[in-house]
Design a protein around this ligand. Structure first.
Ligand code: UD1
Length: 374
């Protein structure tokens, strides 16, 4: 029997851990799972609604760290997680993704000689200005088992000299959640509530510090969005960080004047799935959404200069457009004005998703944990 602490901290962690914990509960003679929530994200809309939508058990332990500078947040998670690990003495701690909670918990375990499995290992943007890139590099260095979502990410680890025995290609666990909830999301009324029809609107998300914390960059992006919104209504669920910056830079009023650029509160998992799955195009700086749109064949423009998920470009629907106003507008126009070629692309994609994005990654993760424990 393996006792596993599964760590969640921030919004993008929940849909990765939910299928893993569900699979562990289904194999109760092999696994005793616990869920620890660091509290990095704590708002009802950023956290609670995901537990509900994903049918996840309430956390066994809640660390309540909240927001803070990178150092303060990472340190708070470490201080509060260490006694939990010391008390529970798990066989494994499983961390996912690249948020501050991921690195903090992995580091605690490395020092206590508790084995760490990192789900979504090997992603690299090669941009060390990105806090997540630091979290990825360091978490991979100190984890015992590196569970990769795509073959290129395994290659990244090999290129860094990581031993083959620590690397397991298991596929993309976020696709497990996506496929398991797709039909359920049809019960969401979000499109009706917003009065938008399938393929007649765009969805936008924006929260990267590099995009929203600098007035000029955010202004350039807003210029592009205003232009695009002349052709198609844009629905924009706003992350709390972005909401704060829009207020600080006095952009909120400018947006409110534009009826076709609609700011809404952050959505839960099912409502958001319903919303983006019906969009004609998605514009984002999120990592997960680049993958989710590829999995569903929805065209995606990534408002960043790079991606740690290149497979979404080579095998998917993702186009990296950066933050230049003209470039964003031109790329959006190309997608919006060629619906026929997009349809064909969607059909072609459905039969050629990246390998092991098949909805069965969680059981492979469990098998890898068992194999690595022998
Ligand atoms: C974090 C992750 C990022 C991930 C994102 C998803 C790191 C370094 N970054 O960024 O990789 O893509 O989550 O959302 O771990 N806030 C609230 N309520 C909340 C959470 C945050 O109001 O429930 C506000 C606070 O003002 C906080 C700010 O958002 O200071 C930023 O939160 P933080 O967790 O530091 O980083 P994110 O930008 O959310």
């Amino acid at each position: 029997m393996l006792k596993v602490i599964n760590v969640v901290g921030a919004r993008p962690n929940f849909m990765k851990v939910a299928p893993i914990v569900a699979a562990m509960r289904g194999r109760a003679n092999e696994f005793a799972p616990l869920v620890v929530h660091t509290g990095q994200h704590y708002d009802a809309a950023m956290s609670d609604s995901f537990f509900r939508d994903l049918g996840m058990p309430q956390p066994d332990v809640y660390l309540n760290v909240g927001s803070g500078s990178h150092a303060a947040q990472t340190a708070a998670v470490m201080q509060r997680f260490e006694p939990v690990v010391a008390k529970e003495k798990p066989d494994w701690v499983l961390v996912v993704g690249d948020v501050n909670s991921t690195l903090a918990c992995a580091l605690v375990c490395a020092k206590l000689h508790i084995k760490v499995a990192h789900v979504e290992a090997g992603l690299r943007s090669r941009d060390r200005e990105m806090p997540e890139e630091i979290n990825r590099l360091l978490t991979d260095q100190i984890s015992d088992l590196l569970l990769t979502p795509s073959m290129d990410t395994s290659e990244n680890l090999r290129a860094e000299g990581i031993a083959e025995t620590r690397i397991r290609f298991v596929g993309n666990v976020m696709v497990d959640s996506l496929l398991a909830h797709l039909s359920l999301s049809a019960n969401s009324n979000i499109r009706e509530d917003l009065g938008v029809a399938e393929k007649a609107y765009a969805v936008l998300t924006l929260h990267r510090p590099s995009n929203v914390d600098e007035r000029e960059t955010l202004a350039r992006i807003l210029d592009a969005l205003e232009e695009i919104s002349r052709s198609v209504p844009l629905i924009f669920p706003v992350h709390p960080r972005t909401r704060a910056r829009l207020d600080e830079f006095s952009f909120a009023e400018r947006i409110e004047r534009n009826e076709n650029l609609r700011l809404i509160e952050p959505l839960g998992y099912l409502d958001f799935l319903r919303l983006y799955s019906g969009a004609v195009i998605v514009l984002t700086d999120s990592g997960g959404l680049q993958e989710e749109t590829t999995a569903l064949g929805i065209p995606c423009l990534t408002l960043r200069e790079n991606t740690e998920r290149p497979v979404t470009v080579t095998k998917g629907t993702n186009i990296i457009v950066g933050t230049d106003t003209e470039k964003i507008v031109q790329s959006a126009r190309r997608v919006l004005h060629s619906p026929r070629s997009n349809e064909l692309r969607q059909v072609a994609l459905a039969s050629s998703l990246p390998p092991l994005w098949d909805g069965h990654t969680a059981p492979r993760i469990l098998d890898a944990l068992i194999a690595a424990s022998i």
